[in-house]
Design a protein around this ligand. Structure first.
Ligand code: NDP
Length: 312
């Protein structure tokens, strides 16, 4: 197996990882960053990003991320494509295996592997992914202009996505498994004040229905056991996210949902020299700007750590 030693290894090519790479490069840490199957992270699946400061008229997600990456590269970051397949954080330097064939020894490690949207796990949902099943209303809502869609979930994300979709679609069903919404009062108000949203309480999805053209409906089961179908053209999941922390959770502390726990406002994990940034450690804000900020923190924390170890 090929071996290599680096001062600062960053795993993850989203706003957190790229920002960490920008700061680490400027601090002379010669960072190596591995981005996985989705370079740019979740933002590359959105269209316009209107809330990232610095862009008066907004910017599309792809451009924002490719510009961030280019900035990191210009400053000296070594950005590579590869999936981390193993990590051993019990030794120093830490050992990280990429694609099962390359071993990187790192003096400091920044984990910025992000989070992925959760799915229900139904075979029919898997079958129609990209053909009417989506976990991102802002990315795909456009395709359902004047059509009927369903959103699963009762949290802030579900309410936000339902109200967004209601501005495009003729009708939006919210499929909620309890008789209450988990979302904040403000979000619930927005839903209540949107006439073309109908909430289906106490309902779970049994099957996504469809044919060669894609999704045509959803089969729901009520708490009392009754089963019924609703016709929809799109089926949106908004039931939370899953942090990509599995490879590291043997060593770093994670909360019950799997989010990596960091010390106070810092990016320090319980393992000295291992830092976490972005959505993998943030169940609350999950914004590009907050992820970028935590990437900055992680690089500054890594620099301080490396100085304390006389590595730079
Ligand atoms: P949440 O975990 O808050 O909500 C998930 C929702 O999905 C809940 O209603 C949950 O139901 C439901 N759910 C989970 N699993 C299933 C399942 N298998 N079948 C059916 N329903 C299911 O996730 P969110 O993504 O909504 O929010 C995450 C965090 O981000 C929160 O802290 C939220 O406040 C924040 N956020 C804030 C926003 C804002 O302020 N603008 C916008 C978006 C998110 P149940 O309630 O029964 O558990």
């Amino acid at each position: 197996m090929e071996k290599e030693h680096v001062k600062c290894l960053i795993i993850g090519g989203g706003p957190a990882g790229y920002t960490a790479a920008i700061y680490a490069s400027r601090s002379g840490l010669s960072p190596v960053l591995y981005e996985g199957l989705q370079p740019g992270g979740q933002l590359t699946t959105t269209t316009d990003v209107e809330n990232y400061p610095g862009f008066e008229n907004g910017i599309d997600g792809q451009t924002l991320m490719s510009t961030m990456k280019a900035q990191a590269v210009r400053l000296g970051a070594d950005i590579r494509t590869g999936m981390v397949s193993e990590a051993d954080l019990s030794v120093r330097p830490f050992i990280v295996t990429v694609d099962g064939e390359r071993q990187i020894e790192a003096d400091a490690l920044i984990i910025a592997t992000g989070a992925n949207a959760k799915y229900l796990g139904l075979p029919s949902e898997e079958k129609f992914k990209g053909m009417g099943v989506s976990a991102c209303a802002t990315c795909d809502g456009f395709f359902y202009r004047k059509k009927t869609v369903a959103v699963v979930g009762g949290g802030d994300t579900a309410c936000e996505e339902a109200t967004y979709l209601a501005s495009i679609c003729s009708k939006v069903y919210m499929i909620v498994r309890r008789d209450v919404l988990r979302a904040s009062e403000a979000m619930q108000d927005r839903v209540r004040n949107t006439p073309n949203i109908e909430i289906l309480w106490n309902c779970n999805t049994q099957e996504v229905l469809g044919d060669v053209s894609g999704v045509t409906g959803v089969r729901l089961v009520r708490k009392d056991g009754s089963v019924f179908d609703i016709p929809v053209d799109g089926f949106f999941l908004a039931i939370g996210h899953h942090p990509n922390s599995e490879l590291f959770s043997r060593w770093v502390n994670v909360n019950p949902e799997g989010y990596i726990m960091t010390d106070g406002v810092s990016s320090r994990t319980n393992v000295d020299g291992v830092f976490a940034a972005g959505d993998v450690q943030d169940p609350h804000y999950r914004q590009a700007i907050t992820a970028a900020a935590s990437g900055c923190r992680a690089a500054l924390d890594a620099e301080k750590f490396l100085i304390s170890q006389n590595k730079i």
